[in-house]
Design a protein around this ligand. Structure first.
Ligand code: GLU
Length: 326
C-alpha cells in the first residue's frame, strides 16, 4: 500500500517512537552523518519504534538520484533499515506551499527584500554558530512599499517570531542528549526564513511540515542543529502540531578539530568501503567514544540497538575525533 503524506498524519501513538533519517544528498555520507544515522536508528529500534526515510533534496543542487541511491546503499551497508519511505522533499512542494499560504493568510509572514550583503551589514552575527539575528528591516513595510520593491527584486518570506512578553517568546525543551534548554526566538534568530528569494521553501518549514505529517515524534541528529529546535518547535505550534522530542548527538570532527565536510573524502563511506573496512568496525569505532563499545570492539547495528541508551550520549557530549578508524 502506498502511503499518502500529503494530507494527514499517519504515524500513530500505537507505533510508539517514530524516528527518521533525513539526509541531504549533498555528497557521500561521511562518518558524522553515519554516527547521527546510527544513533537515530538505535534510539527508535531500542524502544521498539519505527523509522521513516526522508531524502531532503529541496535544494535543486541536491536533486541527484544517484547520490540518493548511494545514501540508501550506505545506510543498508551499515545494517540500518526503515519502515517507510523514501519520501523525497523535492516531490512535496505543494504541501509546503499550502502551509506557507496558511501562514500568509494568518498574517504571520511577510516578504523580505534584504539582500545577503544588507543582511550582513544590518544584523549582529550570532556568537556560537555564525548565524545571524534578523533585525526586522522588512517587518513593517507598507503595502505600497512592498509593491514597489516587488517590482525591483524577488522577495523571500519570513515568519514573525513572538516578541518578549508574547506567548511562545521563549521556547523551553528537554533535549534527550543535551538536557534542559530555553531559547528566546527574538534574540537567538529573529524573524526567520520560511521561503528563500529563489522560491525554494526553507529547510525550517519543510522539516516541520514533514515531521508532523509523517508522524515523526522523535528527531535525532547532530548537535549542529540544536539551534533549530526553538524555531521548529514554534513553527510546529503555529501550524497546530505537537513538536517532536529532540535528541542531539555529538558531531564527528577531523583530527584538526574542524567539522567533517565533503572535503574529507578519505572519511566518507565511499572511501572506507573501498578500503575494505567492515561496517562492524566503523560502528564500533564511532561508538567507543560515547561508551557504547569497548576500544577496538566490532559492533553490528543490531547489537548497538540492544545496548543503546541516552545516558551514554548525555555523559559524552564532546565531538568525536574521526581518526578512531586509523
Ligand atoms: N537534512 C539535514 C542534514 O542532512 C538534517 C535535517 C534534520 O535532521 O532536521 O543535515
Amino acid at each position: 500500500m502506498s502511503t499518502d503524506v500529503r494530507t494527514a498524519p499517519h504515524g500513530s501513538a500505537a507505533h510508539g517512537v517514530v524516528g527518521r533519517f533525513a539526509p541531504t544528498p549533498s555528497g557521500r555520507m561521511h562518518l558524522g552523518n553515519a554516527f547521527s544515522a546510527l544513533m537515530a536508528w538505535a534510539s527508535a529500534r531500542s524502544a521498539g519504534g519505527r523509522m521513516v526515510l526522508r531524502i531532503e533534496d529541496l535544494d535543486p543542487r541536491a536533486q541527484d538520484s544517484r547520490r540518493s541511491e548511494l545514501l540508501m546503499d550506505d545506510l543498508r551497508w551499515l545494517g540500518l533499515d526503515w519502515d517507510e519511505g523514501p519520501h523525497f522533499q523535492s516531490q512535496r512542494t505543494e504541501v509546503y506551499l499550502g502551509a506557507l499560504e496558511e501562514l500568509r493568510q494568518r498574517g504571520l509572514t511577510y516578504p523580505c527584500f534584504c539582500s545577503r550583503s544588507e543582511l550582513h551589514a544590518a544584523t549582529a552575527p550570532h556568537a556560537s554558530d555564525g548565524t545571524y539575528v534578523y533585525s526586522g528591516t522588512c517587518r513593517d513595510l507598507s503595502a505600497e512599499e512592498v509593491a514597489r520593491r516587488s517590482r525591483e527584486r524577488p522577495s523571500a518570506t519570513r515568519l514573525r517570531v513572538p516578541r518578549r512578553g508574547e506567548p511562545d517568546a521563549s521556547i523551553a525543551f528537554e533535549d534527550l542528549g543535551f538536557g534542559q534548554r530555553e531559547e528566546s526566538l527574538e534574540s537567538e534568530c529573529g524573524d526567520f526564513l520560511v521561503r528563500r528569494s529563489d522560491g525554494v521553501v526553507a529547510y525550517q518549514l519543510a522539516v516541520v511540515v514533514d515531521d508532523a505529517l509523517m508522524g515523526i515524534n522523535q528527531v535525532v541528529r547532530g548537535r549542529d542543529l540544536l539551534g533549530s529546535v526553538a524555531r521548529q518547535t514554534y513553527l510546529a505550534h503555529v501550524l497546530g502540531h505537537e513538536a517532536p522530542t529532540f535528541g542531539h548527538v555529538p558531531l564527528v570532527v577531523a583530527p584538526s578539530g574542524r567539522r567533517l565536510s565533503k572535503r574529507d573524502r578519505d572519511l566518507d563511506l565511499g572511501a572506507l568501503r573501498a578500503s575494505g573496512v567492515k561496517p562492524q568496525r566503523v560502528i564500533g569505532a564511532l561508538c567507543q567514544d560515547v561508551g557504547l563499545a569497548e576500544p577496538g570492539e566490532e559492533l553490528a547495528a543490531d547489537e548497538l540497538a540492544r545496548r543503546f541508551s541516552w545516558d551514554a550520549i548525555r555523559s559524552h557530549r564532546d565531538d568525536l575525533v574521526a581518526d578512531a578508524l586509523a
